[in-house]
Design a protein around this ligand. Structure first.
Ligand SMILES: [Zn+2]
Length: 464
């Protein structure tokens, strides 16, 4: 059957490509297995891995630098957790980054020299010492990502690419533009502008706000990362984690800092889309946006919260009043389903209120790839069932919050329009899939395959 091309409301295009070039640790079920996989890479100058998850380790503990030192003390090693908010390094990398017992902590993050574990903004201490991305790297990642996206029937995305790497944002813009001009990539990109305050000022001064760089590539809203993840226990909570009762998570910014960034963007006609997972953070973001909206000269806005996993019913009411949308990832349940009960206790009956949001505010779907796979049919399956594909034996939860097929398709197309290209949904962007989607058969929807993807009338993918 024919469907409109899917629009993914938040992911990381460069990350999707990059993840295909580094060591995948997502299948490791023990620390020993991580060590074994990484040990096969000892001919590299630096070993970079991603996707590990201590919740599936048989040792039942975090991996740390002592484990990584067993692999090598002469090659730097950096491995990032599945959520992207926690990393672990070996001693060689710590030395290269100039970090020792007396290095001071970073605001909005933390690290422990004795374990080599870094989270949130403290990860930048390591990131900024990693090799800088070259134009060739960016091209390679773009090619790989474009291929993955069109194969999965995604024709348009909102993508956050300026801050995930040690890279100059203008080099990213220039390279993406070149790749379009050479017709090497076709997926339409709206850039979610993730820059620290000083760089944002530079960006605005140079006239980049909402700028259309190419017919398929434009600058979009300001993207802010306001807290961490549930898995990493860094999402900021009103009440502490049930399995770490002194831990409330971490807000990345003070109220003032948030307001300063958002109101500056607003002056230049830019919306804000803000990563907020914990309920303390979503409240902070809503209250700050309320102030920004009150003083704004603009008639319309498309501000949104990205993730909104713990956003409460009363917070959703506030969002409705202020016309704040949400960009959510049902597929996060795929991984989170294993930990939500221990992290949240009784609160699990009041989280992932995505269907409630859908009924009250504008809500779009996304995958946050490469955090989760970009496949829209996996995401729709999870939205329709609240079940995990990775852990199929675990029960569904909050079944009141499940979506119908049609609602899922809306969330993946029209509802994402405010967050991407105004012309992202048109007759000339469509896909052909290998079956008729049956609204009563989520399993068959999950397994649907894209046969053909067409962007601007051009066939860019066909299944061989
Ligand atoms: Zn993201």
């Amino acid at each position: 059957m024919r469907l409109p091309g899917f629009i993914d409301g938040h992911l990381h295009v460069l990350g999707v490509g990059y993840y295909q070039t580094i060591v995948d640790l997502s299948s490791a079920h023990s620390i020993q297995e991580v060590i074994r996989i990484l040990s096969s890479k000892k001919d590299e100058k630096i070993i970079i891995g991603r996707g590990w998850n201590q919740d599936q380790f048989s040792e039942n503990r975090m991996i740390n630098k002592t484990d990584l030192n067993q692999i090598s003390t002469t090659i730097p090693i950096v491995i990032t957790r599945v959520c992207g908010h926690v990393l672990v390094t070996n001693d060689k990398m710590l030395t290269m980054a100039g970090i020792n017992e007396s290095t001071s902590q970073v605001l909005g993050g933390s690290f422990d020299f004795s374990t080599g574990i870094f989270n949130e903004k403290a990860m930048s201490l390591i990131h900024k010492k990693m090799p800088k991305l070259t134009k060739e790297d960016i091209k390679k990642f773009l090619l790989l990502a474009n291929k993955t996206l069109i194969k999965n029937g995604i024709t348009s995305v909102a993508s956050d690419d300026f801050s995930s790497f040690n890279v100059d944002y203008e080099l990213v813009i220039e390279t993406i533009k070149e790749m379009y001009e050479e017709n090497k990539i076709q997926v339409k990109i709206t850039q979610q502008v993730n820059l620290p305050y000083e760089k944002l000022q530079d960006f605005l001064k140079k006239g980049y706000a909402n700028k259309r760089i190419h017919p398929k590539f434009k600058m979009g809203p300001l993207k802010i990362l306001a807290d961490g993840s549930l898995g990493g226990r860094t999402a900021a909570m009103i009440a502490p984690y049930s399995d770490d009762i002194n831990n409330y998570g971490i807000k990345s910014f003070s109220d003032n800092e948030l307001f300063k960034m958002m109101s500056l963007a607003d002056e230049y006609g830019m919306d804000s889309v803000v990563h907020a997972i914990g309920d303390a953070t979503s409240l902070q973001v809503i209250k700050t946006l309320e102030k920004v909206i009150a003083q704004s000269n603009r008639k319309n806005h498309n501000h949104a919260i990205i993730h909104a996993q713990l956003t409460t019913k009363s917070q959703i009411e506030l969002m409705e009043k202020l016309n704040i949308g949400a960009i959510v990832q049902p597929i996060f349940m795929n991984t989170d389903i294993k930990i939500i009960e221990s992290r949240l206790g009784d609160r699990i009956n009041n989280i992932y209120l995505y269907k409630t949001m859908y009924e009250h505010i504008n809500l779009g779907f996304s995958t946050d790839a490469p955090i989760e796979p970009v496949n829209p049919f996996y995401n729709i399956y999870t939205a329709m069932t609240n079940r995990s594909i990775k852990y199929p034996f675990l029960d569904s939860f909050n079944s009141d919050e499940c979506f119908s097929l049609q609602e899922s398709l809306n969330a993946y197309t029209v509802n994402n329009l405010p967050y991407v290209y105004e012309d992202a949904l048109n007759e000339d962007d469509y896909i052909i899939i290998n079956r008729d989607l049956d609204p009563d058969d989520p399993e068959s929807i999950r397994d649907a395959l894209v046969l053909k993807t067409v962007i601007d009338g051009e066939e860019v993918f066909s299944l061989k």
